[in-house]
Design a protein around this ligand. Structure first.
Ligand code: URA
Length: 225
């Protein structure tokens, strides 16, 4: 009964535009503030790989999206432009999204490690662990309804060495952060697909599954709550 009344009040505020003008705006402002605080926290990790805070690659895309993509770590081009997935792998990622009718600005993109490792090497397990509380905080702030984990490092960040990306890709896995459960689906990293084009057929299966979940749950139209 109480819930019904709350829904009615909510619907009423929506209908007269109060939700969009006041409540939604305030939520976005809070989110921006929380992201700024997180950014400062991550900047404090710039000592890793002897970087400066100016080298931070924080995120790209739409901060109000309920779809989050998590990669490994920035490369040369990403560090130069302070944006994730802008190099060759990023271009392939854009194509992968386009194949399922999703635009880059309909998703929120970040990495497990937010600074570029030396020689673009894979982050070590210690480095992944150092960043783990930060990516968890990042998820909490964005509060996505679905997360696409791009590659083995993103998978390891949440599940350690429990799964192999080759075996588990395309399966739904849940992560729990402060009692909230998030749905994730791992798939191959686009940089891997650039090296192993014959694996694209598997990635296509995963993307279709990911899109089916998005459509079934109307996630592209979901508002922040
Ligand atoms: N690979 C990643 O994992 N992230 C980027 O931002 C770029 C390449």
């Amino acid at each position: 009964m109480k819930k019904e009344l709350t829904n009615k009040v909510f619907e009423y505020y929506h209908s007269i535009g109060v939700y969009d003008r006041i409540i939604f705006k305030e939520k976005i402002n809070n989110k921006i503030e929380e992201l700024e605080i997180l950014k400062k926290e991550i900047e404090n990790k710039s000592y890793i790989y002897n970087k400066q805070k100016e080298n931070l690659v924080f995120s790209d895309g739409n901060l109000n999206s309920k779809i989050m993509l998590i990669g490994e770590a920035p490369g040369f081009n990403e560090e130069k432009l302070n944006k994730p997935f802008v190099g060759e792998a990023g271009q392939l990622l854009d194509k992968m999204l386009a194949a399922i009718n999703i635009l880059r600005d309909q998703v929120y993109i970040t990495n497990v490690v937010n600074f570029r490792p030396p020689d673009n090497r894979k982050p070590t397990i210690q480095e992944i662990q150092l960043f783990r509380p930060l990516i968890e905080k990042h998820i909490e702030i964005i509060d996505p309804k679905v997360i696409l984990l791009l590659g083995s490092t993103a998978l390891e960040s949440f599940f350690d060495k429990k799964y192999s990306i080759t075996k588990i890709r395309g399966s739904w896995l849940q992560i729990k952060i402060k009692n909230k459960v998030y749905e994730t689906i791992p798939t191959f990293h686009p940089a891997f697909l650039l090296r192993q084009a014959d694996q694209k057929k598997f990635s296509w299966e995963d993307l279709k599954e990911f899109k089916k979940y998005i459509d079934n749950n109307n996630i592209l139209n979901a508002k922040i709550n």
